[in-house]
Design a protein around this ligand. Structure first.
Ligand code: SF4
Length: 483
């Protein structure tokens, strides 16, 4: 993660495995590999074929399952799903942690969700008006109410019917006692991949890095609009929308920033894609300089590409500490700056007396970037040239990425000269949108670019607060309130 980790956060990571005696242990490992997608809470639900058990807690996977063996042993069953969470909808509370276990007239179901439902508040109003009681403020609970509605249960394909009520970005895992169903929205905004273990068990995960962690191989992605069912007869696929309504809008930001470098989805490997961005950036915005340094970690691949193309030596001018805990992760600006200071340190010997190109994946508010630029100058850099491997961020995301408000974004209402002055750099260069899309393997119209262009493929009411579901104040304390 780059220094801006506290400014833009992913919503969640998903993992599922069917028919493996070590399903729960593998889910733990898979979630651990997906930890970069969310550190606020983690949970695993498992089934022996008849009954579902679930355990969730606040914090990282390691922290939640710190009692280690005993919790994992208690959960030990051959069918399991898991979730790591960062809240884009619903407060960071235990009541909102997932998987979300419920019981309705057809039995138990545990649900795990990655994304953001833009019609969550509307659906919740509708259900509350008919007497439904909600115990969380997360948009995921609404899905369980949709499942339990008698008129939905009577449909020939109940799940497909329910999914057609959802609007927004969603990858979903449903654990029923005897099966797992995984679904991806018709826009395919968030990634969802299918893998296979050596012993022939199917696995599903947000990113393929989770397959690497358990020695499974990647087979393919869950298609936009597809439901994949895993049961004792194997894998079965069906679509819950007609082909004409499938409009791919993959989140470009997944590849630019969120995903791990060893993951592959949207048709290519994340590290290779970022290197391509770096090479293109060097063509778009060359610099007369002595050294190229990345903002680690997510700027590293692009900086390698920039150095390759420009023939300017690459070096690690900043190093990252991996030991800053979540105590420091706070939306408060001062806390954020402190976190950045603790996380990234400048290597004086690399930048002293040099003309330095700094490569990062993106700039959000700009204040933390400016802090780093100042530190690089203090360490003796003669010139600092900022290069960014995506276009200027100007619009909020309604599909599951937690950017600040439009007004807080550095590039909102600022031209390049003003951005350069704000950052206190000698030059600044952003990747143009056409350059970005030309690096991707899929056709340009298969991607979402709304945070740069303001063109939202799933229509949103920008006046509506994306956290509208939070109007319900469920005051329920948990241990995190005393941390
Ligand atoms: S608006 Fe930006 S961050 Fe959100 S889904 Fe689209 S590309 Fe991704």
């Amino acid at each position: 993660m780059s220094e801006m980790a506290a400014e833009k956060k992913e919503s969640c990571g998903l993992f599922a495995i069917f028919g493996d005696p070590e399903a729960v242990q593998k889910t733990f490992l898979g979630l651990h590999a997906l930890q970069h997608r969310g550190q606020e809470s983690a949970g695993i639900a498992s089934s022996d074929g008849e009954t579902i058990q679930c355990y969730t807690g606040m914090g990282t996977v390691r922290r939640v399952f710190r009692a280690g063996k005993s919790i994992l042993e208690k959960l030990s069953n051959p069918i399991a799903i898991g979730h790591v969470r960062y809240s884009t909808s619903g407060a960071s509370k235990l009541i909102n942690s997932q998987p979300f276990l419920s019981e309705y007239s057809h039995g138990q179901v545990a649900v795990a969700h990655n994304g953001n439902l833009i019609n969550a508040a509307l659906l919740r109003d509708e259900y509350e008006a008919y007497g439904s009681i909600f115990k969380s403020t997360s948009d995921t609970e609404i899905i369980t109410h949709l499942l339990a509605k008698p008129t939905h249960i009577s449909k020939p394909d109940q799940l497909a019917h329910v999914l057609n009520h959802l609007q927004g970005a969603y990858c979903l895992l449903f654990l029923f006692a005897d099966r797992i169903e995984a679904a991806r929205d018709p826009y395919g905004i968030r990634p969802l991949c299918i893998g296979l273990t050596e012993k022939g068990s199917y696995v599903i995960a947000s990113e393929t890095c989770a397959f690497d962690a358990i020695g499974a191989k990647f087979i393919r992605e869950v298609e936009p609009g597809e439901i994949v069912r895993l049961d004792q007869n194997g894998l079965h696929s069906r679509f819950f929308v007609t082909p004409e309504t499938i409009t791919p809008a993959h989140c470009t930001f997944e590849h630019i920033y969120f995903a791990k470098q060893n993951s592959s989805f949207f048709g290519e490997n994340v590290h290779e894609f970022r290197k391509k961005l770096g090479r293109r950036l060097a063509i778009e915005h060359p610099a007369d300089a002595d050294v190229v340094i990345p903002v680690p970690d997510s700027g590293t691949s692009a900086a390698i590409g920039y150095a390759e193309q420009s023939k300017i030596p690459f070096d690690m001018g900043m190093v990252r500490s991996h030991y800053v805990g979540r105590t420091f992760i706070s939306p408060d600006q001062k806390q954020r700056e402190l976190e950045v200071k603790l996380k990234l340190a400048v290597v004086r010997e690399v930048v002293d007396g040099k003309r330095v190109v700094v490569v990062d994946d993106s700039i959000v508010r700009g204040t933390t970037t400016r802090g780093k630029i100042r530190a690089i100058r203090l360490a003796g850099a003669r010139e600092v040239h900022m290069r960014v491997s995506c276009p200027p961020l100007r619009f909020p995301c309604f599909y599951g990425v937690d950017f600040p408000t439009k007004e807080e974004l550095l590039a909102n209402n600022r031209n390049l000269e003003e951005i350069k002055e704000f950052l206190e750099v000698d030059s600044v260069g952003y990747m143009p949108l056409e350059g970005l899309l030309s690096c991707a393997v899929l056709p340009p119209d298969h991607y979402c670019t709304a945070c740069w262009t303001g063109k939202y493929k799933i229509p949103v009411d920008v006046a509506v607060n994306k956290f509208a579901v939070e109007r319900h104040q469920l005051v329920m304390f948990d241990e995190t309130d005393w941390e």
